[in-house]
Structures are given as structure tokens and as C-alpha cells.
Design a protein around this ligand. Sequence first.
Ligand SMILES: Cc1cc2nc3c(=O)[nH]c(=O)nc-3n(C[C@H](O)[C@H](O)[C@H](O)COP(=O)(O)O)c2cc1C
Length: 172
Amino acid sequence: MNVKKSIESRRSIRQYQDKQVPDDLVNEVINAARLAPSGNNAQPSRYFVVKDAKTKKKLQNNNIIRDKWAYDAPVIIVCCADPKSYTKFVEEWDDPNEIRAIRDLAIASSYMVLQATELGLGTCYCGWLKKDKIKKILDIPPHFIVPYVITLGYPAETPKPRPRKGIEEILL
Ligand SMILES: Cc1cc2nc3c(=O)[nH]c(=O)nc-3n(C[C@H](O)[C@H](O)[C@H](O)COP(=O)(O)O)c2cc1C
């Protein structure tokens, strides 16, 4: 599969097979994110990989993710941005560190979901989550930003492409 095919075939997957994802594939997905670019090469993205049933249950019991199907995914990748990775701030040219960190995380996450697609794995971003509570439960530093988690596993559905705006609608 090439990048174009991966971009075209990726879908948000909300049903997963009851099959574990081998660690080397999870690592490959995280590695794709690691290789993504970031401003100043600051690399502010961090990942908490939830695979064990006990931690998943803890998230579920605390109603952390709005969508209940997410707990059935074999892997939940908690995507974090550390604004403190940015030290320099150039007035007039830079966005606040929080924005820069989230921006870089979003870029890295794209690499991640496309790599997963190439490996035959499904993903879905879940932005509806209790962001402060998840940090407490997983002992993630309080200043980290957790905009979403990404579920990962072997798909048990093959959704059709969801609608997109036409090129003429997005060109200014
Ligand atoms: C940042 C972000 C947050 C999202 N949050 C959720 C979510 O909480 N629950 C959900 O079911 N889908 C969520 N989605 C998936 C979108 O609904 C989905 O990407 C969109 O409908 C297009 O469908 P596709 O990904 O299959 O192309 C999210 C997507 C992104 C990029």
C-alpha cells in the first residue's frame, strides 16, 4: 500500500475484532508518529498506550470516553501534547506553546492512523472524553494536554467513505 491508498482507504472504525494487536505492530504505529515533523523539532507528543483489561476497565468505570464502543478496542492510545517542550517564544511569529504542541500532535497522529491503515488496522479518534480525569487516572502530568485518544485494532466493519467537501469548496 502506498500513502495515497492509505489516505483513501482509512476510515474511522468503531467496531473491532476480538483479536489482540501484536506489540511490534503497535510499536510500528507509534514509530510513525515519532518520525513526524514538529516545529523547532520540539517533539512535544507523548503517548500512553492502554492495552490491559484492568486499565481499560478503570477508564470505563470512570466514564472517561463518551463512546462506549471505544472500550472494546484492543488498544487505546492516549495522545498527549506537552507545551513545555517548547522553550523559545518568538513574539509576533509564534502561536502560544499550547497551540504549537497540539498542532504537532495532530500532525503526528495523522502519520499514526495512516501507518495503522497500511498494517490492516483500524483507528478512530475520540475527542469526547473527560480530559482532566483521564490525566489523573493514568498519572499523566497535569500540564499535558489530551485532546483525544485513538482506538486501534483489527476492524470488524468496512464503512463506506464518509462525505467530504469538494476541492472547489475548500480552496480560497
Ligand atoms: C479530533 C477528532 C475527534 C473525533 N472524535 C470522535 C468521537 O469522539 N467519537 C467518534 O465516534 N468519532 C470521532 N471522530 C471521528 C470523526 O467523526 C470522523 O473522522 C469523521 O466523521 C469522518 O469519517 P472518517 O474518519 O471515516 O473519514 C473524531 C475525529 C477527529 C479528527
